[in-house]
Write a protein that binds this ligand. Structure first.
Ligand SMILES: [Zn+2]
Ligand SMILES: [Zn+2]
Length: 406
């Protein structure tokens, strides 16, 4: 009979013991934020923090990401992946904190500093219990979440093949949920995120003689409203889409009809089916309306993130862990998905798993009115990172011991 970590492992105390080092690490990363796929100073800090642990490190050739693999001594063959992202956003911090960003135009406003620091805490705590650990843990430290497809690059680099996970989990902080509470839902959690473009070409000329031109501006306006008609009348309300035209570029003066108009926008959906259908409709509507007026439309779609789809068994496992720590109030079911996106979706396309939000509202604040993610004044209650570490450890332990049958 193998000895396994038992359910009485006091992850709360273990998380609390890791907290001081993890707060220091998080602050160091917070003060020195990096954007994109190559967060090399952040990677150095993370690797220094896990140096000496019994982990196999595998670098991502195309990014500054890496996976650290912990092979437990009481292995039953199961493998679980825990993921923390590490990149910042292109915005200037206004929190006034002692450890605020030293780089104007870069800020950890999405909490990825805390995510990677909490993952270090979990790597330390689980490494200390390696001999009793009932399987393998893959810690995925990932840059480039904020629109740079970091997870996809790491998957293409083959980093999920070295120790193939059968389940994958991630936490994302939320300043708009009570401290320590986990928030999630089975099924779609976050949306797909494509960028749509159209260039409407007409014939430019004198603004006083439109009959000698083909004015693309009213055509572009008609396309914008027709797209909204499509969303309202053709997309099922239970499987929705958001299509927001965010930019229209045309013209130079009051007396010139421009030759073309450029449109761009974002398309969000909660299923691949509606995603495909709405992409096709975008092309058909832009090209068809342009043609009806003697214009042409060149359309293109920049592929964004897939829908973040949580496996109901994995969400149930996270919920069980949250309720172990916080009782019934430890888990708050999300009534509906959010239309933001997340590149952990690429991992969840390969491996069943789940992501949940963990509330980090500061004591004495109203979570509903706190500066949200991506705000220049976003702050977090750092103590909650102890809970985050505990959740990571307990989720890994539970999956390694019982799979999804916990
Ligand atoms: Zn973000
Ligand atoms: Zn984020």
């Amino acid at each position: 009979m193998t000895t396994t970590l038992d359910r009485r492992t006091d992850w709360t105390a273990i998380g609390a013991a890791e907290l001081p080092d993890i707060v220091a690490l998080r602050r160091a990363i917070h003060a020195d934020p990096e954007i994109g796929l190559h967060c090399t100073r952040t990677t150095e800090k993370l690797k220094a923090a896990i140096a000496g642990l019994p982990l196999e490190i595998h670098d991502s050739p195309s990014t500054s990401g890496f996976v650290a693999i912990l092979r437990g001594g009481a292995g039953n063959g199961r493998t679980v992946l825990l993921r923390g992202d590490m990149d910042a956003l292109p915005m200037t911090e206004e929190t006034g904190l002692d450890f605020a960003s030293k780089t104007p135009g870069a800020m950890h406003a999405c909490g990825h500093d805390a995510h990677s620091a909490m993952l270090v805490g979990a790597a330390k705590a689980l490494s200390a219990r390696k001999d009793e650990l009932a399987g393998t843990v893959v810690f995925m430290f990932q840059p480039g979440e904020e629109g740079h497809h970091g997870a996809r690059f790491m998957i293409e680099d083959g980093l999920l093949e070295i120790a193939k996970p059968e389940a994958a989990f991630a936490l994302h902080i939320s300043p708009n949920a009570p401290a320590g509470v986990l928030v999630g839902r089975p099924g779609p959690l976050l949306a797909s995120t494509d960028t749509v473009h159209a260039i409407i070409k007409g014939k430019g000329g004198h603004a006083a003689m439109p009959h000698d031109c083909i004015d693309p501006i009213p055509v572009a306006c008609e396309i914008v409203t027709a797209l909204q008609t499509h969303i309202a009348r053709r997309v099922p309300v239970a499987d929705p889409a958001v299509l927001t035209i965010t930019k229209i570029n045309a013209g130079s003066s009051h007396n010139i009809i421009p030759g073309e108009v450029a449109l761009m926008g974002t398309l969000r959906t909660l299923s691949e089916r509606t995603r495909e259908a709405t992409r096709a409709a975008f092309r058909q509507i832009a090209e068809g309306i342009a043609a009806a007026h003697g214009c042409t439309a060149e359309t293109s779609i920049e592929e964004g993130y897939p829908v973040t789809m949580c496996d109901p068994r994995a969400t149930a496992l996270m919920r069980g862990v949250a309720e172990d720590f916080g009782g019934e109030d430890g888990w708050s079911p999300m009534p509906a998905p959010m239309m933001g996106g997340e590149d952990f979706s690429y991992v969840l396309r390969e491996v069943p798993g789940a992501m949940a939000f963990i509330g980090v509202a500061q004591e004495g604040t109203d979570p509903r009115t706190n500066p949200p993610l991506h705000n220049t004044r976003m702050t977090i209650a750092e103590d909650v990172m102890a809970r985050g570490i505990a959740v990571h450890c307990a989720v890994a332990e539970r999956f390694l011991e019982n799979g999804f049958d916990a």
